[in-house]
Write a protein that binds this ligand. Structure first.
Ligand SMILES: C[S@@+](CC[C@H](N)C(=O)[O-])C[C@H]1O[C@@H](n2cnc3c(N)ncnc32)[C@H](O)[C@@H]1O
Length: 211
């Protein structure tokens, strides 16, 4: 996601520090928020429309949103703060390192929405659904945990279905046209999703379970 440099991004991020988890001595702080039995994670939350709406609809679940670009994260942070959503925390940084710091088998669900496709074969390992990432997710997901994945990109979707199946996930609710499917009713749209679907581009979606 390309963005013009935001004015005073550091100051604006600091103003939201109460809803940001920072790694302390390379590990997560002891925090009551993390002791909730139900924690859902989104990797690559962008400007936060999806995580904010999903958190409002599910007040009993705690949500952690990861975004690697601070200038993008600031929009999500300010949205969560302005809407006073109590059950979201953010982590700004790369998913790869962050996943290594999260507690084993602590995450009930992981959302990957419109992840960067990295279309060149040589960059396949950077795709967030590459088996290398899936192994990291398996360590943090609960035994009955799941990954919910949406994308407009059909080659990335087909690649992801193969990677998920090869990594031992059970695939359910697979659709190549989410908005025309039975899963549309409870769907929360992301910023990218709104943009793609306004252009008539169908959205692919899968739920991948570990049990
Ligand atoms: C294509 S955008 C989609 C944003 C949002 N999920 C949506 O659907 O509107 C992908 C987002 O994921 C973030 N991202 C990509 N790779 C990441 C990684 N390894 N760790 C954390 N964030 C990542 C990017 O910075 C970008 O904001």
């Amino acid at each position: 996601m390309r963005m013009r440099k935001k004015k005073h991004a550091d100051e604006r991020i600091n103003a939201c520090s109460d809803i940001i988890f920072k790694l302390e001595n390379d590990s997560l702080p002891e925090d009551e928020f993390l002791s909730n039995a139900r924690i859902h994670l989104e990797i690559g939350c962008g400007k936060g429309a999806f995580i904010c709406e999903t958190a409002k609809r599910n007040p009993d679940i705690n949500f952690i949103a990861v975004e690697k670009i601070p200038n993008v994260a600031v929009t999500a942070l300010e949205r969560a703060k302005a809407e006073e959503i109590p059950n979201i925390r953010f982590m700004i940084g790369d998913a790869s390192g962050i996943c290594e710091k999260l507690k084993e088998h602590s995450i009930e669900r992981l959302y990957l929405n419109f992840s960067d496709p990295w279309p060149k074969k040589g960059y396949a390992k950077r795709r967030l659904t590459h088996r290398g990432f899936l192994e990291k997710y398996k360590r943090i997901l609960k035994a009955d945990g799941a990954i919910f994945f949406k994308t407009d990109n059909r080659p990335l979707f087909d690649f992801s279905l193969e990677e998920l199946a090869e990594s031992g996930f059970r695939l359910e609710a697979v659709t190549n046209d989410l908005h025309a499917s039975e899963y549309a009713e409870n769907n929360v749209m992301t910023e990218y999703e709104k943009n793609f679907s306004s252009q008539g581009i169908p959205i692919n979606r899968v739920e991948a379970y570990l049990d």
